[in-house]
Design a protein around this ligand. Structure first.
Ligand code: ADP
Ligand code: ADP
Length: 226
């Protein structure tokens, strides 16, 4: 159970470039937020700060009652799904999904239980012994989701997870990700530059431009108003 609170967050890169200019955003528990905007507007910078992959140079990011930008990335209880899937090619589907839990010292039987459960949800049951190269693009995408959900995190972060898929599969996976998120009820922040994807998936959208949140609202509030 977690709400995510982004308060006056700024990012100045070491070269002096200010990529994020004071963003405020409250994400409710279980809400699906989409950050949308043109290339270079700061979407990944903001997402990477939430994940702990970039330092926060101003403001605070809280999840529940914890200030996450003061925690180590491994202690943040947040799972990220990447555009390139970031699967280990030499490991099986099972090993890929188990990896993060193994690193965190979970007992073997609990790992197995969580991986089996995730495989069921994601329709990967018969594929656990395959290597990533023996899977379709959509199946790889599901394994990447599996790695995130076995962690049972407080929040999911998605960094353009569908951009390597063909158009048809992209539409299908939009629906799958959204259904999965509803079912799990996990607070999510999803980055895309695709307006249609943003509109169809978001509970609320954050329209970013040049490091600023220009508009925040539901798809109806932002697009259907005369
Ligand atoms: P988006 O995800 O919306 O495409 P990014 O967050 O990747 O945008 O980048 C936002 C801005 O910050 C861009 O102008 C980009 O060139 C700049 N930027 C990204 N990473 C760095 C870095 N390490 N050092 C300096 N500037 C960066
Ligand atoms: P997590 O537990 O958060 O899933 P892991 O411990 O599995 O993370 O992996 C550590 C980091 O390495 C993560 O950011 C993950 O996405 C990345 N990673 C995992 N596999 C690969 C890969 N094949 N290539 C590049 N990065 C990877």
């Amino acid at each position: 159970m977690a709400e995510l609170q982004i308060s006056a967050v700024e990012k100045v890169y070491p070269n002096g470039f200010k990529a994020i200019h004071g963003i405020d955003l409250e994400v409710a528990d279980g809400e699906f937020i989409v950050l949308v905007g043109p290339s270079g507007c700061g979407k990944s910078t903001l997402l990477r700060m939430i994940a702990g992959l970039e330092t926060v140079t101003g403001g605070t990011i809280r999840i529940g009652d914890r200030i996450v930008n003061e925690l180590e990335p491994a202690d943040r209880d947040i799972a990220m799904v990447f555009q390139n899937y970031a699967l280990y090619p030499h490991m099986s589907v099972y090993q890929n999904m188990a990896y993060g839990l193994r690193n965190r010292g979970f007992p073997k039987d609990q790992i197995e239980q969580r991986v089996q459960k995730a495989a069921g949800i994601l329709q990967l049951d018969g594929l656990l012994d395959r290597r990533p190269r023996q899977l379709s693009g959509g199946q790889r995408q599901r394994v990447a989701m599996g790695r995130a959900i076995v962690r049972e995190p407080s929040a999911f972060l998605f960094d353009e997870p569908l951009s390597n898929l063909d158009a048809k599969l992209r539409v299908q996976m939009r629906v799958e990700i959204k259904q999965l998120q509803r079912r799990l009820g996990t607070t999510s922040v999803y980055v895309t530059h695709d307006q249609i994807e943003a509109m169809t998936m978001a509970d609320r959208l954050v329209v970013m431009n040049a490091g600023v949140a220009e508009q925040i609202g539901t798809p109806i509030e932002l697009y259907d108003r005369p």
